[in-house]
Design a protein around this ligand. Structure first.
Ligand SMILES: [Zn+2]
Length: 259
């Protein structure tokens, strides 16, 4: 999920003043890899190793998926940070997150937080949140031209299977219930039912898949650069993909789903 969370954190305090930890409490230790600093206290070594390995794999595969691999923005002092709390209770206390949350991202700080043994963290939450961070670095932080569907389409790019999503969406187009581009632009998760949320994610994913499969990664890089530099979605769509207008773009995306 894309959450620019309000984050008042214990982590900030510990990060800035590592020696102010409470008496008797273990301070954060760090494992450094090429693109990540992983902070932990008592997490098991095998879990840390698996986390570092998965994070580096994701970094490479996400950059590869979208053609961002000529950029290397996360080395040395610019590494992303992952805090792995010892348990769910410590994590919840420090991050003020919901009890169902297995991890969260603070994009502007390039920070991901989770806890040892969090269900689904390595397989789905970590790749999803890393893709959010990498994409935002490509298009610029708080860029109003970048719609939520594009953020979520990029972040969920590896989570779904395009054949089954196309079949589901083709049915929606034929039988009604498909969310128009305009509806995607106006989507607000807070007022949507779970079926609409699922559809929003499926359609967002299909648009990004459509960009990459039909036009390639170089065009997607051009699209992202245009979004970053011009901060105008239609300008970026027309320069990277030659769409005349939003209707032209929507019609072309829908015909990709139906073919
Ligand atoms: Zn997300």
């Amino acid at each position: 999920m894309f959450r620019l969370m309000r984050w008042i954190g214990l982590c900030f305090i510990i990060l800035s003043f590592p020696f102010l930890a409470f008496a008797g409490e273990k301070t954060w230790q760090v494992v450094k890899s090429t693109h990540f600093n992983v902070f932990y206290k008592n997490a098991p070594q095998n879990e840390l190793n698996a986390l570092v390995q998965k994070a580096e794999e994701c970094y490479d595969s996400i950059a590869e998926d979208f053609g961002f691999n000529r950029f290397d923005f996360w080395t040395w002092d610019n590494r992303a940070k992952i805090y792995l709390f010892d348990n769910q209770s410590d994590y919840q206390q420090a991050t003020q997150s919901f009890d169902w949350s297995g991890g969260q991202v603070k994009i502007s700080a390039k920070l991901i937080q989770s806890y040892a043994g969090a269900p689904g963290f390595l397989q789905s939450i970590l790749p999803h949140e890393l893709a959010h961070i990498i994409f935002v670095e490509m298009v610029g932080l708080n860029n109003p031209a970048v719609p939520l569907w594009l953020h979520e389409g990029v972040a969920s790019y590896r989570e779904k299977n395009i054949s089954s999503v196309k079949a589901l969406l083709a049915d929606k187009i034929r039988q009604g219930g498909f969310l128009s581009l305009d509806a995607l632009n106006k989507f607000d998760a807070r007022s949507a039912d779970s079926e609409t949320v699922r559809l929003f994610y499926a359609e967002s994913y299909s648009i990004v898949k459509y960009f990459i499969m039909e036009f390639g990664r170089d065009a997607f890089v051009t699209f992202c650069r245009n979004l970053r530099d011009n901060r105008n979605l239609m300008v970026a769509l027309s320069r990277a993909y030659s769409f005349k207008d939003f209707n032209d773009f929507e019609a072309s995306w829908k015909s990709y789903i139906l073919k």
